[in-house]
Design a binder for this molecule. Sequence first.
Ligand SMILES: Nc1ncnc2c1ncn2[C@@H]1O[C@H](COP(=O)(O)OS(=O)(=O)O)[C@@H](OP(=O)(O)O)[C@H]1O
Length: 304
Amino acid sequence: MSLEEMKDLHLEEKYLQPETKEVNGILMTKMISDNWDKIWNFQAKPDDLLIATYAKAGTTWTQEIVDMIQNDGDLQKCQRANTFDRHPFIEWALPPPLSSGLDLANKMPSPRTLKTHLPVQMLPPSFWKENTKIIYVARNAKDCLVSYYHFSRMNKMVPDPGSWEEYIETFKAGKVLWGSWYDHVKGWWHAKDQHRVLYLFYEDMKEDPKREIQKILKFLEKEVSEEVLDKIIHHTSFEVMKENPMANYTTLPTSIMDHSISPFMRRGMPGDWKNYFTVAQNEDFDKDYERKMAGSTLTFRTAL
Ligand SMILES: Nc1ncnc2c1ncn2[C@@H]1O[C@H](COP(=O)(O)OS(=O)(=O)O)[C@@H](OP(=O)(O)O)[C@H]1O
């Protein structure tokens, strides 16, 4: 769809604040649930690259880094389309005239870079069979929660979050789209040892983007000059991406994403949760967190 057409797009009411339905115990939109057989049977290819994340963990950021690497730092090429058209979001099912992730992916020539928020047990099995490379990005729970809360207020294609107090409980219970944060990060953490998964952390990317981009380069078996590397670091900084219409979701009509409620590129800072959690909410969250993460070797540097 052209950018002009996109501006005039009006989705039918029924697709805004959508109905939800569980698939294998995980909350999804009804459209994803209705299309689940097709999604589960998606055919991955050995030269695909999959970017997998829990929602709001740094997906778009990683997409931009990967695209810049794949295009040797050519800015113009990376401006060819919106992130969501450059990298099909495999399970995201939408009504026409919008393109669903599967349609986009099936039309796209190889090598493809794809996006998913699916928990590991729900990844279409062809990804494992084809031994596709996967970059997983994890972000600490509280910042994910804060980001997801604001996103759910501004994005009319996901359920309304309710009040801040209500949302903390909804998140802890995993009753948000794509399910429990705790199960998601742990599930993928476990999978990384058995498959070609590069497991990255949002907080590490923020601390030292150069070091983390170099990890991605190694994983993709790519090399770039020092000059291109600097260009990638600059172009994928929060400040630059916030102003990039091909990455900041501002090309969508406000009836779908209303950036005046909260911008998609909102804060981009680890530890922003401290501006939202009360002392009591924080203590309560931490107790629950310890229980849910007990026994896992996975730790987050700024989680607690
Ligand atoms: N370049 C860069 N640097 C740092 N942080 C960045 C960057 N790009 C996006 N972001 C922040 O990532 C959050 C959005 O996450 P996702 O892209 O995973 O969202 S989505 O699940 O794909 O909708 C959202 O986080 P919050 O600001 O905390 O809400 C974005 O601001």
